[in-house]
Design a protein around this ligand. Structure first.
Ligand code: NPW
Ligand code: K
Length: 503
């Protein structure tokens, strides 16, 4: 699903109105019907709603919804916030229709004393501002929003929490934006919903299809996309009947150090559970018995050092290389990584300490071979690129670096963002907070290495790897719950996850 900039929404709207064709007031009615259906499915008729309405079309949606909910016998109170005398045409039309219907109370709020008492159990519908927000909230609206946020009520925002911008919120104070429990967005999510920093405002979000014209959605360009299972299925390779282990590649995983052999075990197991033909795990000498016992399917390449990574085997024998989980940051490891980056002409995935080494030795960035996959979490990202002004700025830095260096970057977190050499950004929907646990990233590195060795392009290896990692984590969380989930559980559910997307 493409994710459009707020500035593109009016164009999509206008195209739909002209080419469907449909009158704009009828498009608003369609959107409001979807909202109404969503609410009717979830709430009993004793439920009362307080709808806060602004001057634009977001307010118009709120007014149309008030009429539809009243028609369905819900108790509705409307609060029209007086910011300007002028309402948008469709907002005014829906106000007139609501007045004619004459079954909901309509109050004007011109100061805080006009606000109602928010009794527990009330649902507030936030229809103050939508994608037409042009500046951060101030004065009266800001105070209204703070009062709503402080009240012990459930809040449902229409299209976007009022006060939040669809993209960049670096100049915004999130305390002054509505903190919604649910956000019901029309047709697409907004980019800002996918950034972890905005979760307190957005709550749980859903998209409601409102029949915007498919031709304009198809044609209009956007660098942002939310991927889904069907898209991932379209990228998968099938295993051939007459294949052998050589068909699925030989991977080299450089991982582990004294006290961190677990990382090498987790990454190796995940790699082997994701379809690779052969795996060699390069580890310091002390880890020999540990790895041979824990992962008998992997061959072992031994470092001359007992405790850290200081060298690597001849790369010629391998189809892809993964390096980083648990390697530690020592002088000799830095030198060995430098050499590897300069020599390596094989598909490569870098994680954890490999990224931290580059973060501490910035000149190494320019040696990254084209097509390399980097898989930082936010802290590692900031070690690589410095502090960011906010999530939008971070995303821009990520896209620009991918483009400049022709690398794939995987910024891990909820809605992991994957950027490619064209500056495109793909957000992943799978995964859950239970996966924020030690070793989860090592598992991802193993999966991606496996896919690279099997001949997936860097971008496809990253997309499929991130999706399947999240899916296995979701299946594990279904079984064990998020709190008890550990990285080994993600590996245990890889078979089910692969079966599901290969079926
Ligand atoms: N295609 C779709 O998806 C469909 C979209 N639909 C709906 O339309 C919504 C977008 O509507 P919209 O463009 O009228 O903008 P909206 O946010 O209601 O308000 C703009 C008004 O607010 C004002 N204003 C702005 N910032 C302000 C501030 N800080 N403080 C005070 N005032 C401020 C601004 O004034 P100005 O900036 O001109 O000074 C203007 O008067 C969208 O979110 C969705 O709900 C559906 O109806 C059907 C199909
Ligand atoms: K809103």
């Amino acid at each position: 699903m493409k994710i459009f900039h707020s500035k593109q929404i009016p164009e999509i709207d206008a195209y739909t109105i002209k080419n469907e064709p449909v009158a704009s007031i009828d498009l608003m009615e369609r959107a409001s019907l979807k909202l109404c259906e969503w609410l009717i499915e979830r709430y009993h008729q004793e439920q009362s709603f307080k709808i806060f309405v602004g001057p634009g079309n977001n307010g118009g949606d709120g007014l149309a919804l008030a009429r539809l909910l009243s028609e369905a016998n819900f108790q509705v109170e409307v609060y029209l916030v007086k910011i300007t005398r002028h309402l948008s045409a469709d907002c005014q039309m829906n106000l007139d229709r609501l007045k004619i219907q004459n079954s909901s109370s309509i109050s004007e709020i011109s100061s805080l004393v006009d606000l109602p008492i928010f009794s527990k159990g009330t649902i507030v519908i936030d229809a103050l501002f939508g994608s037409g927000l042009s500046r951060p909230l101030d004065d009266l609206v800001k105070d209204i929003v703070k009062t709503i946020n402080d009240a012990d009520v459930e809040v449902i925002s229409i299209d976007i929490p009022s006060g939040l911008f669809g993209e960049d919120n670096s100049s915004n104070d999130l305390n002054n934006c509505v903190h919604a429990d649910y956000t019901l967005s029309f047709e697409f999510p907004k980019l800002s919903f996918l950034f972890p920093e905005n979760a307190e405002c957005v709550g749980i979000w859903e998209t409601l299809p409102i029949g915007l014209h498919p031709a304009v959605i198809e044609e209009m360009e956007s660098p942002y996309q939310l991927i889904d299972e069907n898209y991932i299925r379209s990228l998968l390779k099938t295993r051939l009947r007459f294949s052998h282990k050589g068909t699925y590649g030989h991977g080299l995983l450089i991982s582990g150090s004294y006290g961190k052999m677990g990382a090498a075990i987790l990454a190796s197991k995940a790699c082997l559970r994701s379809g690779i033909g052969l795996l060699s795990t390069h580890i310091p000498r002390l880890g020999y018995d540990i790895l041979q016992t824990a992962v008998p399917e992997s061959m072992v390449s031994i470092d001359r050092s007992d405790i850290i990574f200081t060298e690597y085997p001849n790369l010629e024998n391998f189809d892809a290389i993964g390096i980083g989980p648990g390697i530690d940051i020592k002088c000799n490891s830095i030198r060995a990584l430098e050499e590897l980056l300069e020599e390596c002409d094989k598909p490569l995935v870098l994680d954890a300490d490999a990224l931290n080494i580059i973060g501490a030795n910035q000149e190494m960035k320019k040696y990254l071979p084209k097509g390399t996959i980097l898989t930082p979490h936010i802290k590692e990202f900031e070690r690589l690129f410095g502090e960011c002004k906010g999530p939008f700025d971070r995303n821009e830095k990520q896209r620009n670096f991918s483009k400049k260096q022709s690398v794939v970057m995987v910024l891990k977190g909820a809605f992991t963002a994957i950027t490619d050499e064209n500056g495109r950004c793909y957000f992943n929907p799978t995964g859950n907070p239970g996966m924020a646990t030690a070793g989860s990233g090592d598992v991802l590195t193993g999966i991606i290495l496996s896919l690279l060795a099997q001949g997936y392009s860097s971008l496809h290896a990253a997309l499929v790897g991130v999706f399947i990692h999240g899916l296995a984590g979701d299946l594990a969380a279904d079984e064990y719950g998020e709190d008890a989930l550990i990285a080994s559980d993600i590996i245990s559910f890889l078979p089910q996850a692969w079966k599901r997307i290969k079926s």
